[in-house]
Design a protein around this ligand. Structure first.
Ligand SMILES: Cc1cc2nc3c(=O)[nH]c(=O)nc-3n(C[C@H](O)[C@H](O)[C@H](O)COP(=O)(O)OP(=O)(O)OC[C@H]3O[C@@H](n4cnc5c(N)ncnc54)[C@H](O)[C@@H]3O)c2cc1C
Length: 376
């Protein structure tokens, strides 16, 4: 029986969870990451980590204590407002621990810190991957280097360079983009906006897939996603290099909204950031190809529904456990992993589907979701 040496492309939450679970089981692993350093890009965003997927992955990684140390207490609170600022739902953090909030950067830091030095090779952007036959693959990097491997895992997100080995499907624009803003030091500098958002998350939805979602993050920061259904050409006509003008143009779409909500768009402390939303079809799957598989967004990129990072970590843990259980029979491990992953990706990806494109009272649909939703 030979222990495989696993090659992972991408050090996001999914790839790192897989690397950690393999390491716990003594299986050698190397991760190749395009970014030049762990701190190259702000890992913005708060994630709620669910007890039915993300937390199970953290447990498999043996990092529950470290995880408890990064939980932002009280942030599970949820408010739903109407565009005129009326509070329709004000649900406090019930402290049940079912979906505690953490900063994505903190989670990535504890995963990175749990791996032996040198496991992640930074500044190694994969540009292509090809089959060498008999389950072996060669990955070529932007720096001209190559690596060959008998077990290749594409954990390289939406625009995966490993995916073409398995599937011809490419991500498509959903017709909706998010515009991200950040307000800092909010209790002192932006008190009315801070009051509207409250101590956790706030959503103010409107018809036409439009809305404002905001989260109170660590260090008195409010991070807002402004959701707008417009073509990429429409957004392309806005000069995001001119932050103030871009914010004013986006805010024009929210004319008549309460000033404390509009302030989340216009009063940003850094220029707004455009994030077009792309997806793969729900239920994306492929025929087994020896020696290679995918996890996370590379496998099942879906519109943000609060499950993407959770299910990427879950995939990483499940794949790691499958390999560790039978390291001598990788093809059987990959078959079992993929069959379960295809089914979970539909299950997790469907959560919140009833909230898409709701034109008739979207706030009522959201309130129903938050008061009744019990996924498991
Ligand atoms: C606006 C927004 C809000 C979201 N909010 C939430 C949320 O609240 N909760 C939640 O669970 N999910 C959320 N998601 C989804 C979540 O961000 C993703 O599903 C999750 O990050 C997927 O993890 P991953 O490890 O598969 O991929 P990624 O996080 O994309 O990581 C991929 C890694 O691979 C690297 N990489 C990419 N290409 C290459 C290459 N060619 N060579 C080498 N390395 C490469 C990248 O630099 C990156 O480090 C949100 C998504 C968006 C867009």
């Amino acid at each position: 029986m030979t222990t495989p040496h696993v090659t992972i492309i991408g050090a996001g939450l999914g790839g790192l969870t897989l690397a950690r679970v393999l390491h716990v089981h003594g299986i050698p692993v190397a991760v190749y990451e395009a970014e030049p350093a762990p701190t190259a890009r702000a890992q913005g965003g708060m994630l709620d980590i669910h007890d039915y997927n993300g937390q199970l992955a953290i447990e498999a990684a043996g990092l529950m204590d470290e995880f408890r140390g990064i939980i932002l207490q009280g942030r599970q609170a949820m408010r739903i407002l109407s565009p005129d600022g009326t509070v329709l739902l004000d649900k406090p953090d019930d402290g049940d621990g079912g979906r505690p909030e953490v900063q994505r950067g903190d989670l990535r830091r504890i995963l990175l810190g749990s791996l032996p030095a040198g496991t992640v090779q930074w500044g190694r952007k994969a540009v292509s991957a090809r089959s060498l036959g008999e389950g072996r693959h060669e990955v070529t990097f932007a720096d001209g280097g190559t690596v060959t491997t008998s077990l290749l895992v594409g954990a390289d997100g939406a625009w995966s360079r490993v995916r073409p080995l398995l599937s011809e499907v490419t991500p498509e624009y959903t017709g909706t983009s998010y515009v991200e803003t950040y307000l800092f030091d909010v209790d002192i500098r932006h008190p009315t906006a801070a009051h509207a958002v409250g101590s956790g998350s706030m959503a103010a939805p409107a018809a036409g897939s439009k809305g404002i979602q905001a989260h109170r993050e660590k260090g008195q920061t409010i991070h807002t996603y402004v959701v707008l259904r417009q073509s990429q050409e429409w957004f392309g006509a806005i000069d995001f290099a001119d932050g103030a003008a871009a914010a004013a143009r986006i805010a024009k779409e929210f004319d008549g909204w309460a000033p404390e909500l509009a302030a989340l768009i216009t009063d940003g402390d850094v220029p707004p950031l455009l994030r077009p939303i792309f997806t793969l079809p729900l239920g994306h799957r492929w025929e087994r190809v020896p020696g290679v598989t995918l996890l996370g967004d590379a496998a099942h990129l879906l519109p943000p529904n609060g499950e993407g990072a959770n299910s990427a970590m879950y995939d990483g843990a499940e794949l790691g456990k499958a390999i560790a259980a039978h390291p001598g029979d990788i093809e059987a491990d990959l078959t079992r992993y993929e069959e379960a992953m295809f089914s979970h990706s539909v299950e997790f990806g469907s959560i919140g589907a009833e909230l898409h494109d709701v034109d008739d009272d979207p706030a009522a649909a959201l309130i129903k979701f938050y008061t009744e939703h019990t996924p498991h």
